[in-house]
Design a protein around this ligand. Structure first.
Ligand SMILES: [Fe+2]
Ligand SMILES: [Fe+2]
Length: 180
């Protein structure tokens, strides 16, 4: 009896440790991604209000480089969610009471794809600008980037609204179960 209780406690605390590590990583990566999103959006808006076309075109070129590295980070984050985080949450919560919430998480990744489509459009439009007088295309590129930032920012928020309350309940429950 004692042994089975000890074994149960070990399994419980192992799950709780894995969950804490995953949630911490999610929080840290979201903070970094949100900073980049906000920076990209502010700079894209500045391009739109910039009167000097030479300056606007130079800034757009810089923004393109930033957007490419942001896209890579976002891709890595999303791959980690799909390969590690969501399967772990699914395997844990499947026997529990929240299957619909987990279904929503997978559905949310569609927003991620839409945001990524806008990012891709931005990179393509910005690449098509051949002269510094092409104000129309500069504005179109900036609009696509702003739209990408808006969708992706909301995507991160929605994910947090699902994952954090879900995991917090589990972590608190486990603390009560195994640490008292
Ligand atoms: Fe995601
Ligand atoms: Fe995420």
């Amino acid at each position: 009896m004692e042994q089975s209780k000890a074994g149960h406690t070990e399994t419980g605390s192992a799950v709780s440790t894995v969950l804490s590590v995953l949630v911490d990583r999610l929080k840290e990566e979201h903070i970094e991604l949100k900073k980049s999103i906000s920076d990209l959006a502010v700079r894209a808006k500045a391009v739109k209000s910039e009167q000097d076309l030479g300056t606007a075109s130079h800034e757009l070129f810089q923004l393109r480089l930033h957007a490419m590295s942001f896209r890579e980070k976002l891709e890595q984050h999303s791959a980690w969610e799909e390969e590690i985080l969501f399967p772990f949450l699914s395997s844990y919560f499947d026997q529990s009471i929240k299957p619909s919430l987990l279904g929503s998480l997978w559905t949310l990744e569609k927003d991620h794809e839409l945001g990524d489509d806008y990012l891709h459009s931005f990179l393509r439009t910005a690449d098509e600008i051949k002269t510094v007088t092409d104000r129309k295309r500069m504005h179109a590129a900036a609009d696509e980037l702003i739209q990408a930032c808006c969708i992706l920012g909301k995507h991160l928020e929605s994910e947090e609204q699902i994952v954090f309350p879900l995991t917090e309940t589990v972590l608190v429950d486990m603390e009560l179960l195994f640490c008292t």
